[in-house]
Design a protein around this ligand. Structure first.
Ligand code: BEZ
Length: 221
């Protein structure tokens, strides 16, 4: 199904939220933002996800990343649900807004529709979609999970750390499988060894592989 993907500009929608009207581009501002959707308020997995995300909010804030939840229920429902979320994990306080999309127009434009899920009236519901949006308002990374699978917020944070690391090095590095902050990154395939020596004075290590192509180069970042 065609829809919003990496590199696309997020539509600049204005929506009601638990924090009043929000225009998406203004909310993203000059930093990064995570827009993440849920099938519905007052559902079990969504409640655990929202509480978990609230627990990570400080981590995202220290990285200059704002959070923005979304489900199709209205703001009144969101506000009542937030009480449940906060009670489920005592000490949790939801500091970020949840967008409302009762007419389902935003989930369509944000590519967040789950084709398999419908509410009791047969209306479409959002998937567990998540877009990391950059300061240029373009999608940098997306997750797409079905209703049955709650997301791992540690992985969201890890992916954000990867994006920020790559951006800090102007796209000259990438992060390998299972990378964690503090691990070595790899030097991108578009960087020659000569350029790498200039860019990474700390040096780099080239894996000795049968092809001898020298494309897997690790460096401290
Ligand atoms: C849940 O959040 O638990 C959920 C929501 C919609 C469908 C299935 C599960």
């Amino acid at each position: 199904m065609p829809g919003l993907t990496i590199g696309d500009t997020v539509p600049n929608l204005e929506l009601d939220s638990t924090h009043g009207k929000i225009r998406i581009h203004d909310y993203v501002g000059d930093g990064y933002a995570i827009i993440f959707s849920h099938p519905a308020d007052f559902t079990p997995v969504c409640t655990t996800e929202m509480a978990s995300m609230a627990g990570y909010a400080k981590e995202f804030e220290t990285r200059g990343v704002k959070l923005l939840g979304l489900s199709c229920d209205d703001v009144e429902s969101h506000r009542a649900w937030v009480e449940d979320v906060e009670a489920y994990k005592p000490g949790t306080h939801l500091t970020f807004p949840i967008l409302a999309d009762p007419d389902r127009s935003a989930i369509q434009q944000l590519n967040m529709v789950d084709p398999d899920e419908k509410d009791a009236r047969g209306e479409r519901l959002p998937s567990r979609a998540l877009h990391v949006v950059g300061p240029d308002k373009a999608v940098r990374l997306s997750f797409l999970y079905p209703a049955c699978t709650g997301r791992n917020m540690d992985e969201v944070l890890r992916a954000v750390d990867s994006l920020l690391t790559a951006a800090r090095h102007r796209g000259k590095v990438a992060t390998p499988a299972n990378w964690r902050p503090g691990d070595r990154a790899v030097i991108g395939p578009g960087v020659s060894d000569d350029e790498a020596r200039k860019l990474f004075p700390q040096g780099f290590e080239t894996a000795d592989l049968p092809s001898k192509k020298g494309y897997l180069r690790f460096t401290e970042v």
